[in-house]
Structure formats: C-alpha cells, structure tokens
Design a protein. Structure first.
Lengths: 447, 297
C-alpha cells in the first residue's frame, strides 16, 4: 500500500478491522469498495456507509458487524456501551467478602480506579508484577499527556477488562472471537465492536437452557424454530451431484423408443438417489435434565415438520416413545408432557433405556439412521451402557452425543471418556450451542 | 445502457416512476452494481421484492429480461446450452434413407442444432440484457462454482464451437432466500443487497402504489397490522409485502374501507398460509390484541 492515497490506506485499515472480526474482506472487496466510494458522494456519510457495506459485507451477520465497525472506525469519538449492567465494583474494598489488606489495588485511569468485576480483580491480582506494570503503563499512556481524551474511557476500560478476562476466562457471551490485527488502534476498535455487538445478539442464545426464565419460553421457542428451519433445509439439500455425466437408463430408454422403431429418440437418465436423513433422538429427562430436554424436544418437533423420518424417545429409568407428541407441540405443551409422563424426572439409567431401544425398536436402527443422544452422561451402570452404545453404533450410521455439561468439566466425569469411544460428543448447554453443534454435525456427518 | 451519465437521482426517479418504492439503502447497491458492472446479489425473505428489482431494472433501462429460475438439480444443460439431439438424430436418419450417406460431424454441431438456454442467451444477445438468476441458493454447490466462473469472465467455451464471448456484458441480478450460505467466491463477485421488511409508512406507500384504489387510511392500517403481525405474533411464516398487497386487494374487493377484527378474521387466509399461524391470529383476535393495536376494542 506504499504510495497509496490517504483514502486507500484508511480503507485498507478498515478492511483489516473487518477481517479481524471475521468478515471475509479480500483485496477484491477493497477494490470494489474504493470503486464504490468514487461513484457516490463521499461526503455524504450515509451514502458512503451504504456503498461500503454493499461492497464489503455480504451477508447479514457481516452486515451487523460492519455497521458497528464503521461507526467506530469513521467516528473520532466512541460512545460508551449503552445499557451495560453495572456489574463492576468501583474499588477493591467491596470486591468480595474475603477482601484483606494484601489485596492489590485495581489500576488507575485518569486518576480514578478502574471498575472491575470480582473475577477481573482476582485475575489482576494473579498477574505477575511485570504484567501488572505493563497494564499500568498502558493506562498511563492512554490517560496521560498527549494520550486519549476522556471520551475514550469506556474503550480503554474495555480493553483492560478484556485482557483480564483472558487471564480469568469468563464463559464467552457469544461465539464471537475477534483476532488480533497486530495494530493496537485497530485491536481497540475490534474489541470495541465485540463489546458493542453483545447487545445486538440474542442473549437467549448464550443462556444455559436450564436457566431460561419462564417468561422467555415462548421466545425461546421462536429461536428454536428458526434454528430448526435453517437446519432442515440444509439437511434436505443434496450436496453432492451423483455423477457429473448422467447415466442412461437403458430399460426406460428402450421402452420409450419402441414407438420410434427402436431409434433412440427420447433418452431417459437415471435420477440420482436422494437419501433422506433418518433420525432417532434419545433424550435424557432425568431430574437434572428436565429443561434441556424440553427445549431439545421442541427443537426435534420443529425439525419434524421437514424431516419426516424422525423418532423421539425420552428416558430416565425406562424408555418412552414420544414421536406422536412431538408434532406441533409448543414448549409449554412439552413442559406439560414432562409433568404428566411417567418417566420424567427420575434417576438416570441409560443402559436400561438403550437395551429397550435395541430390543423394541431394532428396526429403526439402520445404516441410514443417525442417533442423537442428549444427556449429561451422569448415569447408573455406565460401563454396561457404553457396551450397548457400541452395539448401537455398529448398526447405525453415526451416534452423536449432545452433552449438556460444559466441555471444561468433561475431564472430571469418568463416563464421558467411556461414551466418547462410541459416539461423537459435542458440548450443548445453550440454545446457541444447540444450533452450532447441529450445524457443524450436519456439515460434517451429512446426517 | 450502463453509461456514466446515469446518477443515483435519475435511478431514484426511474424506480419511483415504475412504482418501486424504496429508500437509498436499496437503491444505492443497485446503482453501484450498475456503475461498477458487477452482479447484484439480493437476499431477503420471500415476497419482499427481490425478483421485482430485476424486472424494474429491465423496464427502466429498456433492456430485455432473461430469467433463469434455479432449482435443486439444475445443471448446465438446462442453464447454458444443450445440443438438439432429436434434430441431429432425425437429420442422420433423413440423410441415410436418402442414400446421401452420413453427414459431416461439423454440420451436426453447428449453431442450427444448438439449444440456447438462459445463460447462453444472455451472453449471445445482440444487445445488452438483464439476466435474472432467481433463487440461486437452491442450486448445487458445483453449479454455483460454474456460475461464478461465468459471471467473472462472461464467456463460455463449447467444445464443438469454440469460445463464445459476451457481446455486451449483461446486467446480472441474483436473488437468494438465504436458505443456505452462498459460497464466498460467488459473494466476492457481487455487490450485496439485503431487503428486509419495510417500515410501516413505506409499506403503506407501496400498498398505495401497487394496489390503486386502496385509500390512505386503509393502506396505513394494513401496514400497521402487518408490522404488528410480524413482530408480535409468534408466526411460523411471516407475511411479506406480497401478502400485504394481496390483502389490500382482497379487502378492496370485499368492499372494506377500514380494518377491524371481523374483516381481519374473514381475510386471514390471504396473509397467513398455515394452520398454526391462523390459530395464533385467531387467539390474538379473541384476546383483542389486533383490535387494541388498531385502536378498536
């Protein structure tokens, strides 16, 4: 970019910000963006923004990030994140009940102590002195002579918090990463966009399914339906063309051409076979799993509208077939179902349920079937269950296990390793996970 | 037609004159695609006027519209070209039975036996055309790859005839219902436009433009009701602008001059197309939701 005009350089830098946010912007997009700016009135901010977004952000997700990044990049000041809950403590004294005299004071910015959550504060304390000094130096430079003015405060604060969160990782609010650009100013913008984007995404997606409040159940249903619809259209799609050159169906061709005296005037081709997915869903509904199960079943119900070949089972101690109830049920009805059912809310015995599946529903387990198991792996007689799982695995195409326990804790559960030998396991505790996991599973396994 | 004198004000006026009511957020990407000579990729829910953009463009620019409707399993034979096999066969038969022997191979693979499909027609067209590739998200990925090759070079090679280069680069509009993500390669070659549901006042203007005879009051009520249905009811399939227009015409035919709960109930089948959605609306009417929104209990 040496020798480029200011506009080109600025645009290239903006491209780097977008790239760091995961928006695919290549040099082609940059050239287009430049061309676009030349044909609109570049002084008209609205037009310039529309022109750049048409050239650089080519799907809805990118568009959301683009809007946030544009506002931050092309405005001199930054606005504080509106509506941010006051989760930060203003000083170290009331950070926790165990506060003592040895506590490290939180770093200062513009003469005031930075507001940090207790977790961030303990991360701050856990840093080495050299690391702490580096952060202090950063804040001094940001707030000192010739540094940034006060309107940057939220941004600088955010960068520090982000840094501390990395040392003491809180569960991410959403799946948005944000890569480093190698340029501090750009990194700050990226961090700012990520912080700002939190409000733009549905917090419901990142909530543990067990903690979705009753008032949000209907909305959760809508989110699930959207996920299911997208998934179903993907599942029904044939990704591979059977063969490039269609093969002739000789029998039909001969028969069709008798009337032309055997001259092969009309050709008939073999049509590629479309394999439809066949899913058996086995859902753990023991006490600890109730809410997860309701949402997963609702998801299955939504999927059922498009994937006709779906069987649903629930189990705690015994297995119960619930396919007929799946169709068209709302989350509320499923909750009712949960209350009425004989098996719901009991202790878990996966082995017993799998044995019943093998004996009573053996015909459902074919090489075309994908078995989805939703469970937290906490079951009686895990070893026996693992053996049965192997037996099922041998009969079907794939066993996918959606584990509601967060991935970090898998190491502490002995059964996880046991079941992982026979099933592909994915963490799945929030609605967002559910969508992501199935998306990925479908792409990988072509359910 | 893609002359440099065309500016956004002209395009705005032309779209308005053709009855396509839109703001700059729609107009500007269209304008950019024309000026940069790049395909326009339009995404949005069904019925928000994606296909209409191509039709309006063909009318205001005075160009022929060539349409390729995509579907699963669409291949090059149906999209690009095909040899007229039956005609070739007949010719062989005629020549053989006439005792003239076999024809030259080059005679059989000449332009006479070429069946041009939409993509080739757009390339071979004597004058510039508008090429509409509708619902591109339905095709296989392999075909999508072929498509973006074509869209970057605008030339096709037919083994028997050689390479055919476009005489005039067509104005290309691709539409997608975002049923799946399109490949980065295809997106890279396009200018992107997303059409969402319009704000109530714009929707009212669209209704007035597209369904003449609908009064200002009724149009505003329909637009408000649509916005309510889309945001407040938990619908499986949200009604689109197309449904709003159908609804306006239906209400007009039935002689309604304003909306109320009974007229909504009677015409619900025009806007909502599945049983559960109809049930949801019925429940909402019973609880007085729509009525309250319209200011009538």
């Amino acid at each position: 970019m040496a020798g480029g005009s200011l506009l080109e350089l600025r645009l290239a830098r903006f491209g780097r910000v977008l790239r760091a946010l995961g928006v695919p912007v290549g040099s082609g997009e940059l050239v287009d963006a430049l061309g676009a700016l030349r044909v609109v009135d570049p002084l008209d901010r609205h037009q310039a923004k529309l022109a750049l977004s048409a050239a650089m952000a080519k799907d809805q997700r990118s568009r959301e990030l683009f809007d946030l990044a544009f506002d931050r990049f092309f405005t001199s000041g930054t606005s504080p994140a509106a509506g941010e809950p006051d989760q930060y403590t203003s000083d170290g004294a009331d950070a926790g009940p165990d506060g003592d005299a040895h506590r490290q004071q939180p770093p200062q910015l513009w003469g005031e102590q930075l507001r940090l959550t207790p977790e961030q504060l303990s991360a701050w304390e856990a840093l080495s002195e050299a690391q702490r000094e580096r952060l202090r130096e950063f804040l001094r430079r940001a707030g000192g002579e010739g540094g940034l003015d006060d309107s940057y405060r939220p941004l600088v604060e955010h960068v520090v918090r982000e840094h501390l969160d990395r040392w003491h990782p809180a569960p991410p609010a959403h799946g948005l990463g944000g890569a480093a650009t190698g340029d501090e100013t750009l990194d700050e913008i990226v961090a700012g966009v990520i912080a700002g984007s939190g409000a733009e995404f549905d917090p419901l997606l990142s909530l543990d399914m067990n903690s979705i409040p009753a008032g949000e159940v209907a909305r959760a249903g809508r989110v699930i339906r959207r996920l299911a619809r997208r998934l179903a259209t993907r599942m029904m799609r044939r990704y591979r063309v059977a063969r490039r050159a269609a093969s002739l169906d000789f029998r039909r061709t001969m028969r069709a051409n008798f009337r032309y005296g055997g001259v092969p005037l009309r050709l008939h081709y073999r049509s590629p076979r479309i394999s439809k997915p066949r899913i058996v869903l086995v859902c753990d509904v023991s006490g600890s799993m109730k809410k997860h199960a309701v949402f997963t079943l609702y998801f299955a119900g939504a999927l059922y509208r498009t994937v006709q070949d779906l069987e649903g089972f629930v189990f705690a101690e015994d297995l119960e077939r619930i396919t007929p109830q799946l169709r068209g049920s709302t989350p509320r009805q499923l909750q009712q179902l949960a209350q009425d059912s004989a098996v719901w809310g009991r202790g878990t015995n996966l082995g017993r349920a799998l044995r019943q599946l093998l004996s009573d529903h053996r015909t459902r387990l074919t090489p075309r079937t994908t078995v989805l198991i939703l469970s937290d792996t906490k079951t009686l007689a895990a070893r026996e269950a693992a053996d049965l799982l192997r037996e099922i695995r041998e009969r079907v195409r794939e066993v996918l296990w959606l584990n509601t326990v967060p991935e970090e804790q898998w190491g502490t559960l002995a059964a996880v390793e046991l079941f992982q030998q026979h099933a592909t396991m994915y963490p799945c505790s929030s609605l967002g996970d559910l969508g992501r996991v199935l998306d990925r599973a479908i792409l990988r396994h072509r359910l | 037609m893609r002359d440099c004198s065309m500016d956004i004000a002209w395009l705005r006026q032309a779209f308005l004159g053709d009855g396509y009511i839109c703001d700059d957020d729609i107009l500007l990407p269209v304008f950019l695609s024309l000026r940069l000579g790049k395909p326009l990729l339009v995404e949005g829910a069904p019925g928000v006027g994606k296909t209409e953009i191509a039709k309006v463009l063909s009318r205001v620019l005075g160009l022929e519209l060539i349409r390729l409707q995509c579907y699963e399993g669409l291949d090059e034979n149906k999209a690009l070209y095909e040899w007229n096999y039956q005609r070739q066969l007949l010719r062989i038969q005629v020549l053989q039975s006439g005792g003239a022997g076999l024809p030259n191979e080059s005679d059989l693979f000449s332009q006479d036996y070429l069946l041009m499909r939409p993509l080739l027609r757009a390339i071979r067209s004597q004058s510039q055309s508008v090429l509409l590739i509708d619902e591109v998200d339905k095709v296989d990925e392999a075909f999508e790859a072929f498509l973006f090759e074509l869209l970057s070079d605008f030339q096709v090679s037919i083994p028997e005839l050689g390479t055919m280069v476009a005489r005039e680069i067509p104005v290309v509009v691709l539409t997608s219902n975002s049923e799946r993500d399109l490949s980065d390669g295809l997106k890279r070659r396009c200018v992107y436009l997303y059409i969402g549901f319009p704000e109530p006042d714009r929707e009212a203007r669209i209704i007035r433009a597209k369904a003449p005879g609908v009064g200002e009051g009724l149009a505003a009520e329909i637009a408000a009701a649509m916005s309510y249905l889309r945001s407040k009811l938990n619908l499986r399939k949200q009604p689109s602008i197309a449904e709003a227009l159908d609804w306006a015409r239906a209400l007009l035919d039935l002689g309604y001059e304003s909306l109320d709960q009974s007229s909504i109930a009677q015409t619900a089948g025009v806007i909502l197309k599945c049983r559960e959605d109809l049930d949801a609306l019925r429940r909402d009417i019973a609880s007085g939701g729509v009525g309250r929104m319209l200011g009538r209990e």
